[in-house]
Design a protein around this ligand. Structure first.
Ligand SMILES: Nc1ncnc2c1ncn2[C@@H]1O[C@H](COP(=O)(O)OP(=O)(O)OP(=O)(O)O)[C@@H](O)[C@H]1O
Ligand SMILES: [Mg+2]
Length: 312
């Protein structure tokens, strides 16, 4: 697998100043992000997402474990130039927006005329054109987040790491960001995206990883996560009164939810009663259901039927 971001058994223990107390934020965390995918990194508040991202970028060290970003060990300075990063809480020098974006481009080795064009394009697409000369100190939270995104994209990065990039954005700006991310992927780049906006994650991500209390507890493609292996839904016609256990789905159509192992028996039963099977498919759960099941307090160590998949 062509992995652009790899965490191998990373642990991170935060220690208090006097080293009396410590807190384990990452606990044997392993994950491989593949080239060209949009990866959704989910987890409750305090699960360890920002910690993992900061370790990957070399902003802090892991207590143990190893990792690579674009093939080089975490913290490799020159690799950082090929990565775009938007922090969870953006804070900038108090300079005009456009100058600031240029500054970050230069910092990452981009120069004119490419830089000039890139800055112009980003100001346009992120709707910052009219405020380019204004100091960011006067910017709203959403405007700051847009400047942050422009700064992350200005070096045309191979890997884009975004820590809650749309939390302050209005709906139309969110759509814009979604389009940018899909275009980034279409250009063969990789996106690693942490967010609490599950509907957005479901829309654009190829794979999703859920972290809970410092451990990866679930990993898979969106269909793998949402389709239940245990239950199937059968839609049938012509059995409304003949077969109990179904619910009227619409005019004359009845929906049965049945255990996977009993699927065949139910289909035969419907036929025997003179009914007609319209469709059979795995029950689809919402990402919210999956998220809540994996991160509930009753699931302290992330123990679950799916744990092996997360580890594999
Ligand atoms: N500098 C620090 N010193 C001590 N503990 C810290 C420090 N930074 C983070 N933590 C703790 O580590 C845990 C993980 O924090 P982290 O910021 O990685 O969570 P997160 O998944 O990004 O959460 P959120 O969704 O709220 O952004 C939390 O319990 C947090 O309190
Ligand atoms: Mg965070």
């Amino acid at each position: 697998m062509d992995s652009v971001l790899s965490f191998a058994n990373i642990s991170k223990e935060y220690r208090s100043t006097f080293r009396r107390k410590s807190f384990v934020a990452l606990d044997g965390f392993s994950l491989d992000v593949k080239r060209g995918e949009i990866f959704g990194f989910l987890g409750p508040n305090g699960a360890g997402k920002t910690t993992a991202i900061h370790i990957a970028l070399g902003l802090m060290f892991a207590s143990s474990g190893r990792g690579t970003m674009l093939g080089n060990p975490f913290g490799h300075a020159r690799t950082r130039r090929r990565v775009g990063f938007l922090a969870e809480n953006v804070s900038f020098y108090h300079r005009p927006a456009e100058k600031l974006i240029r500054f970050y481009g230069e910092l990452n080795g981009v120069s004119d005329p490419i830089l000039r064009q890139k800055v112009k394009d980003l100001m346009e697409v992120l709707d910052l054109k009219d405020v380019g000369n204004k100091p960011v100190a006067k910017f709203s939270r959403g405007m700051l987040q847009k400047v942050g995104l422009a700064q992350a994209l200005v070096n045309d990065p191979e890997l884009l790491i975004l820590d809650e990039p749309t939390s302050a954005l209005d709906p139309s700006a969110r759509v814009t960001v979604r389009e940018i991310l899909l275009r980034t992927k279409a250009a063969g780049k990789t996106v690693f995206l942490s967010s609490h906006l599950l509907s957005e994650i479901e829309l654009i991500c190829d794979r999703i990883g859920i972290i809970h209390r410092g451990k990866l507890v679930r990993l898979g493609t969106v269909p793998e996560l949402l389709e239940s292996k245990d239950e199937f839904e059968i839609f049938a016609r012509g059995v409304k009164d003949a077969l109990p256990g179904g619910r009227i789905a619409s005019d004359g159509i009845v929906r049965f939810v049945v255990p996977a192992a009993e699927q065949r028996r139910w289909i035969e039963e419907i036929w025997n009663k003179g009914g007609q099977v319209i469709s059979v498919a795995p029950v689809k759960r919402s990402l919210e259901d999956v998220f809540l099941a994996m991160t509930s307090t009753e699931n302290p160590a992330g123990d679950h039927e799916d744990k092996q998949e997360a580890a594999g």
